[in-house]
Design a protein around this ligand. Sequence first.
Ligand code: NAD
Length: 361
Amino acid sequence: MKPLTSFTYATQLAEVVFGAGSLTRLPAELDRLGLRRALVLTTPEQAARATELQALLGERMVGAFTEARMHVPIATARAGRERAKELGADCTVAFGGGSTIGLGKAIALDPGIPQIAIDTTYAGSSRTPIWGITEDGQKKTGNDPRVLPRLVIFDPLLTYTLPPRVTAASGLNAMAHAVEALYSPDANPIVDLMAEESLRALGAAIPRAVLAPEDHDARSLAHYGAFLAGSALGAVGMALHHKLCHTLGGSFDLPHAETHAAILPHVVRYNEKHAPEAIAAVARALGTDDAAARLFALLAELKLPMSLRELGLAESDLDKAADLATQRPYFNPRPVDRASVRRLLGEAFAGRLAEGRPRGT
Ligand code: NAD
């Protein structure tokens, strides 16, 4: 066990209900919280879920808005806000992943009603006070305690329908939160526990859930790991990995979760000598002695794209991406300079993982 140092740990008022079949508790939970006029949010692909929720919630549901989209375009946020105002909703019930929960967060800012999230992916947005809205091709983000969902239901039965590719990519997206939490500038022993346990759960469960989407134990363990990873993301600051993914998604339109998956092994390699305890915890959780190599091998096992080239980045964009990602200084265990980040991006573009330092040197 590593020696204890002084630390700060903050919690915010948010409840979590976890377990197979826990969706059925939604009506009682709304009653307990005194919420009577729910606006249900989904993506267009999950619109049928709104009809199912109407049957479950009855008069507690005043309507649905089924147009949630990735990265919360401002037009979608405005339309959702209007719907909430027209219907006099007193809360949103977001059924879905980060895109739907992100819309609920935009509505939590204006007209300012709380969100109940039924989280059906592994991305972790339901556990963070971070919002994002995209306007004129730029994603603005902010941190505001009002957007943290008041209550989150994690019902693994709802994740059986997550396609293998989304399961895999979203699972690695969650792992990235846990990895960066372990070497965060605000890292603390409580979050370390959550992060390492999350990696252990996700590392064991995601390959099984990809192979057998209805393997109940695997789905439960994966959802539990995602809950912990999201909680770590919401509790401490992130570093180079999240900055790179934000840049690649925001400025080059690369897909969110797959980009996290493809970049993670390279960032772990980049940081490993500068955050040895954190990366040792990652390796321990994944049952390996080379965390970066294990994460890289996972991409192949899970049939995920292994390079930024496959994800649609143009080689000519690498310089601009390196410029953007290093423009404003931010925390990272290994100092961030443009030349090293350009090299990392070149390796991620080619799908070639740099060699680690031979053990014992
Ligand atoms: P998503 O919400 O876009 O969902 C991906 C796709 O899967 C969608 O088509 C959705 O309809 C479908 N889907 C979701 N759950 C399903 C299920 N159980 N069965 C079948 N289909 C299902 O994907 P995501 O990765 O969860 O979220 C990505 C977005 O969330 C990005 O915009 C990202 O920036 C944001 N995000 C924000 C935070 C934060 O803290 N603010 C954290 C993580 C991600």
